[in-house]
Design a protein around this ligand. Sequence first.
Ligand code: SF4
Length: 209
Amino acid sequence: MIVPYELIGRIAVYGLIAIFSVLIVAMGLGFYSFKKRRILFPNFVLFVLDLLYSPAKWVCRVFSIRSTLVDEIMIEVRNAVLLDKFRVAGKDKILVGPQCMRHPECKARCEPRVGYICLGCGRCDFSRLKKECEKFGYTMFIVPGDSFVRKIIKLHKPKAALGIACFGELNESMHDLSPVLPVQGVPLLRDGCFSTAVNVEDVIDKMRL
Ligand code: SF4
């Protein structure tokens, strides 16, 4: 039997061109939605970027676009898609923040199942967020890593989750949790592993929803 290498090659090239075109359209729509705060075809954008996350990052690298753009778009679009469900989810919600936002001299102890127990000492933004959580019926968790988030969800069974993290981790967590419960996310203004910061007002605005 003669193997039609030329035909297979052509199909592969056309297939790659089609995938690349779909990816560029999804990125373009996502970028437009992100810039104009007007979400277009959100499910298509999320589906394509979830599926082609690594190639999308590669496109950003090739065109010298900031590497976090794909995550920023996906967070923004997922926030918009899940907003209504999050709003009506009821009172039993959780706020999950990263341990790197704590003050360097934080005295909170870390519990193996739920992370750091904030003492509300006033040295970092968690102090204010803790008070706001009490006001809006949230339970606040400060976690050292992703694995804690899954443990907390299993243990606490919240109705919805609001997360604070760097772009990459926030996008990944929102992707993992969104099939299970409505989520919203606020990315860090300054990331890294130490003395990170978030716009507290943005977090409180999400709690008010
Ligand atoms: S407010 Fe909470 S998290 Fe921040 S330094 Fe004090 S105990 Fe630590």
